[in-house]
Write a protein that binds this ligand. Structure first.
Ligand SMILES: [Zn+2]
Ligand SMILES: [Zn+2]
Length: 73
């Protein structure tokens, strides 16, 4: 096992969690997730893996993480 990279400050690299299936973004195949995400709002916060409250609005969607706030799409 290798030590994870230290994450300090604002993460600029890939997000740790897949925002559709909630699994580790670095593991597995998320191509189907990415394809679905082009059409659908996310379900999980990519930063903390919490399930987000998703509202579909006329302009797209709003997903709210209790920890990280609103995302819009
Ligand atoms: Zn996924
Ligand atoms: Zn979050």
């Amino acid at each position: 096992m290798t030590a994870p990279e230290g994450r300090t400050g604002t993460p600029t690299g890939p997000v740790p969690w897949c925002d559709r299936c909630g699994e580790a973004a670095a593991q597995g195949d998320h191509r189907t997730c990415a394809a679905a995400r082009a059409l659908e709002p996310p379900r999980f916060c990519p930063d903390c893996r919490r399930r987000m409250k998703v509202q579909v609005v006329p302009t797209g969607w709003t997903a709210t993480c209790v920890e990280h706030g609103d995302r819009h799409g």
